[in-house]
Design a protein around this ligand. Structure first.
Ligand SMILES: Nc1ncnc2c1ncn2[C@@H]1O[C@H](COP(=O)(O)OP(=O)(O)OP(=O)(O)O)[C@@H](O)[C@H]1O
Ligand SMILES: [Mg+2]
Length: 358
């Protein structure tokens, strides 16, 4: 049988460009195993920080270096070049996008791949865009009856435009949510622009800062909770992994803690009462279905040990995929190794693209 041609798409215009390169490295290694190499031929495609697509030699050299080349964000002289894909893109049978954050995980790239009419791994347009926007996600989770911490959605205009509105907004937040609360841009990842606030002064400064990242913001009640995560794999009948936990000493799981080695620890499986682990797994499936997920997702929760409550925090439709990321490690511990995982994801992409499942 002829090998299937896999287009591994990575890099992209988001703050998580570097993580994407590391995820793609791990995935490329999984395609290079004897079993996968017999079935698939991998073609790396690198989207530079300035939006230009690079294939073959340049993409391969970024993959082996593990970091972006110095010209990745050079100004693009001719915008038409941004719309010209490498010729080898035409030979791809299945796309494997591994871009985290805006312009990769948010439905924009998925829309492009959908228009190309070629199967692609992971979530479609709806789940990607809904999963990226924290306000849209919360509305869908609420509709599905999933428990969440109390929150208020905020528009940038309420923070910036009108001096009379801002104090009222802060009053409303204090009354409904109290302190500590978390102020977040709705459409970023990696804890960028997220603030834990404990006073009116901090609240005002955090809203102002978060509004510089996004037009849409969300403010949530802070909970004292353990942070647990569950991986989902599948299409119409998704499967769940064991539950994992992240622990750290910092005030919350902020950017530095996420990306500095040694500042956080992963525990798989999490040491949880069986009933709680089961409840988290059931909620992970409900969350996946609530946003119309497909292929892959990691669903994150807060577990309040003192009361036994579990709140859903978010769904990541393109979670970190490096060799030490939670998503592949959860599957490894659930009996699906990295090599098998990428193979299954390709098959799920083909299944979803088949006319009868659309
Ligand atoms: N309501 C809350 N109560 C307690 N801690 C919170 C709350 N919201 C966020 N946090 C802390 O802030 C971290 C980042 O928040 P969140 O997961 O919403 O951001 P993110 O940037 O979307 O993360 P990701 O990179 O996983 O997409 C959480 O892991 C947690 O440590
Ligand atoms: Mg998170």
């Amino acid at each position: 049988m002829a090998k299937q041609q896999i287009g591994l798409l990575f890099g992209g215009q988001s703050g998580e460009h570097e993580v994407s390169i590391r995820s793609a490295q791990a995935i490329a290694r999984a395609f290079a195993t004897e079993k996968n190499n017999a079935r698939y031929q991998l073609h790396p495609f690198y989207i530079q920080k300035n939006g230009l697509w690079q294939s073959t030699d340049k993409a391969a050299s970024v993959l082996s270096a593990g970091s972006p080349p110095s010209d990745s964000d050079d100004p693009v002289a001719n915008t038409a070049s941004r719309w010209t894909f490498p010729a080898s893109a035409a030979n791809v049978d299945v796309w494997f996008p591994v871009l985290h954050g805006p312009n990769g995980e948010d439905g924009t790239l998925q829309g492009l791949l959908q228009l190309m009419q070629v199967p692609y791994v992971g979530a479609g347009v709806l789940a990607s865009s809904a999963g990226m926007d924290k306000i849209a996600t919360k509305m869908m989770f609420a509709e599905a009856g999933l428990p969440q911490v109390p929150y208020i959605a905020v528009n940038r205009a309420e923070v910036w435009s009108n001096p009379c509105v801002f104090p009222e907004l802060c009053d409303r937040i204090e009354k409904k949510l109290g302190y500590p609360c978390f102020v977040k841009p709705a459409n970023l990842g990696s804890s960028v622009g997220i603030h834990k606030v404990r006073s009116r002064d901090e609240l005002e400064a955090a809203l102002d800062n978060a509004a510089s990242f996004d037009r849409r913001l969300v403010v949530e009640s802070g909970v004292e909770a353990r942070e647990v995560e569950c991986a989902v794999l599948g299409n119409d009948t998704p499967k769940v992994s064991v539950v994992g936990e992240i622990t750290f000493d910092s005030d919350f799981y902020d950017y530095e803690t996420k990306y500095t080695e040694g500042l956080s620890q992963v525990h798989i499986p999490a040491d949880l009462p069986e009933a709680i682990a089961r409840k988290i797994q059931e909620m992970a499936i409900q969350a996946f279905q609530a946003v119309d997920g497909s292929g892959i997702s990691r669903v994150d929760f807060f577990y309040v040990e003192s009361t036994g409550e579990v709140f859903i925090n978010e769904i990541n439709t393109l979670p970190g995929f490096t060799a030490t990321s939670m998503y592949p490690m959860l599957w490894e511990s659930s009996g699906v190794d990295f090599e098998d995982l990428v193979d299954r994801l390709v098959k799920l992409a083909i299944e979803r693209h088949a006319p009868q499942s659309r």
